[in-house]
Design a binder for this molecule. Structure first.
Ligand code: TTP
Ligand code: MG
Ligand code: MG
Length: 389
């Protein structure tokens, strides 16, 4: 295994020493590919000996992930914050939650998705900044353009150089650091990219996979969340090596179909090819209420929460697509539904509110579900990306 450190020109982070116990769980897996507009700060791309060998065993996958992405952008844009603990998210008095924080804040135990009040208890000097999704979307588009430049250039013999170049180029052009992992498949590459974060990289060669998996905590495997982790712990299983002692039938008994995946994954086997994403046509969030909402004011309050979720989801999953329409969907207590939708509106809260007012005004019935969403322009991913630059 080959840990490699920082490139020059980025002095604010230090490279951590090699450890086979990654310090944090691997989230958001599986990722799709470098063409995937759905992920804003990470990309997976495959390098093979030649184009036709994409299905062969000679696959090499690089997984690249930006370091504390939103927080790093905020610190870059406000140099006076350098070296201080910084987080991005909702304010404490609004019962906010953090989207992320920089590595200075992580030393205090501050984490993504942590309520802001709790983060401030752990780190009283934490500087909490509001989100600027439009800026993150724009940065993601710039980074993706850089990545496009590399996709056709990578060859196995120069892989190390290639991913160094990718990270170096991103830093030169955005002043943001990233981390990369390289491995024989997506699973290993993704886990490897977390090994030397921030501003580091890590390679697992095919022959090193068995050793790499042996002590790896099961939580690092995609699909294993808190619940499965607990269930495994009750069975005395903490590492992938321990999980390898179970047979296929035993795992199917315990976890259903996912047991079959687990059998392979805990051995570091993952055959998913790197594939360009098929662009989705729309993105929405919705909520069904335990108690129906009867007034427009109640609906507006819920809409604001849905709007925040939608904006976060949009920045995360479709950071660069052109939005053509926005819509609000209501389902009523009698299960009838209506959708108010309009072209040419920006995805702003007042515009969503106008659509809600319109939809609510159509019936006045109690509301059991509200949905808010956007539709995207039909365009190729590359065009979508370039449009925004
Ligand atoms: P991540 O890549 O998971 O985290 P990160 O880039 O902040 O830090 P790391 O160095 O560990 O990779 O997520 C990318 C961005 O997505 C993150 O900057 C903010 C956003 N995000 C949320 O909004 N909510 C979340 O719960 C998480 C995990 C991320
Ligand atoms: Mg990420
Ligand atoms: Mg990241």
């Amino acid at each position: 295994m080959q840990p490699t450190g920082n490139f020059t020109g980025c002095d604010s982070f230090t490279s951590r020493s090699l450890s086979l116990q990654p310090s944090r769980p691997c989230r958001g897996f599986p990722s799709r590919s470098i063409l995937d507009a759905a992920r804003h700060d990470e990309a997976i791309f495959g390098a093979t000996y030649c184009h036709v060998e994409i299905e062969s065993k000679s696959r090499s996958i690089i997984h690249l992930d930006m370091d504390c992405f939103y927080a790093a952008i905020e610190v870059r844009d406000r140099p006076s914050l350098r070296g201080k603990p910084v987080a991005v998210g909702g304010a404490r008095d609004r019962r906010g939650v953090l989207t992320t924080c920089n590595y200075e804040a992580r030393k205090f135990g501050v984490r993504s998705a942590m309520p802001t009040f709790m983060a401030l208890q752990r780190c009283p000097n934490l500087i909490v900044l509001p989100t600027r999704f439009d800026v993150y979307r724009r940065e993601a588009a710039v980074i993706r353009t850089i990545l496009y430049r590399f996709t056709s250039l990578i060859e196995p013999l120069s892989l190390d150089e290639a991913y160094l170049d990718v990270r170096g180029t991103i830093f030169r052009e955005t002043k943001l650091t990233s981390s990369a992992g390289i491995g024989p498949n997506k699973l290993i590459a993704k886990i490897a990219s977390e090994m030397n974060k921030p501003n580091g990289q890590f390679e697992v060669k095919p022959e090193e996979v068995p050793r790499f998996m042996q002590d790896l905590p099961v939580r690092q495997i995609w699909g294993i969340g808190e619940k499965t982790e607990r269930k495994l712990e009750e069975l005395g299983v903490k590492t992938c090596g321990e999980l390898q002692r179970f047979s296929r039938p035993e795992l199917i008994n315990l976890f259903g179909k996912f047991g079959l995946d687990l059998y392979d994954l805990c051995r570091g086997i993952d055959d998913r090819p790197v594939e360009p994403d098929r662009p989705r046509k729309s993105l929405s969030t919705e909520e069904t209420f335990a108690v129906d909402l009867t007034t427009l004011e109640q609906c507006e309050e819920k809409l604001e929460e849905l709007f925040q979720d939608l904006m976060a989801d949009l920045a995360q999953k479709e950071s660069t697509r052109e939005i053509t329409k926005i819509f609000v969907k209501l389902k009523f207590s009698d299960f009838t539904r209506t959708t108010a939708e309009r072209a040419g509106l920006a995805p702003t809260l007042p515009d969503f509110r106008a659509l809600l007012d319109e939809a609510f005004g159509r019936t006045g019935k109690p509301v059991r579900l509200i949905g808010a969403g956007v539709r995207f322009a039909e365009t190729t991913l590359e065009n979508a990306q370039l449009d925004l630059l």
